[in-house]
Write a protein that binds this ligand. Structure first.
Ligand code: DQA
Length: 146
């Protein structure tokens, strides 16, 4: 049986819809989950969609993905800019990992310009809102097929 694509979400993303809508839009994380499930289904995959505010939990889920996922799409939230431990976890696992962001982090505050994840991920998609996730799923499937 084909393993699911893990879609992992970091801190504060549970507040989407009410959190800075001018930056992150009006969709909730549940809306994003539903759209991701539909997109993945079109491409022949199930998803495992999770969110945590805790760095160690995200690391545990990356280790879990190493065994149980085909690929990973991750929005690490602010841990993008701080976490060597997440960088190491992404490097440590076999499935392709695609980093996604709703906002265009390069066009925001200086502290968002550096990503610890980018150097370990297969690629990064940033700035397209919901479409960043959907493109991330496409990129994940494409990297499985090449
Ligand atoms: C984010 C960008 C990060 O800088 C920020 O800390 C987030 C969300 C995004 O999806 O645009 O929490 O990852």
């Amino acid at each position: 049986m084909t393993k699911p694509i893990y879609i992992l979400n970091g801190p504060n993303l549970n507040l989407l819809g009410q959190r800075e809508p001018e930056v992150y839009g009006h969709l909730t994380l549940d809306d994003i989950q539903q759209r991701c499930a539909a997109k993945a289904k079109d491409l022949g995959f199930e998803i495992e969609f999770r969110q945590s505010n805790h760095e160690g939990v995200l690391i545990d889920w990356l280790h879990d993905a190493n065994v149980n996922a085909s690929a990973v799409v991750i929005n690490p939230g602010a841990y993008t800019h701080t976490s060597v431990a997440l960088h190491d976890a992404v490097r440590a696992i076999e499935p392709p990992v695609i980093e996604v962001h709703l906002s265009q982090t390069a066009a925001r505050e200086d502290f968002r310009h550096h990503s610890y994840i980018a150097a370990a991920a297969k690629g990064t998609i940033s700035g397209f809102g919901l479409a960043s996730y959907l493109l991330g799923i496409e990129a994940a499937v494409q990297s499985l097929n090449t």
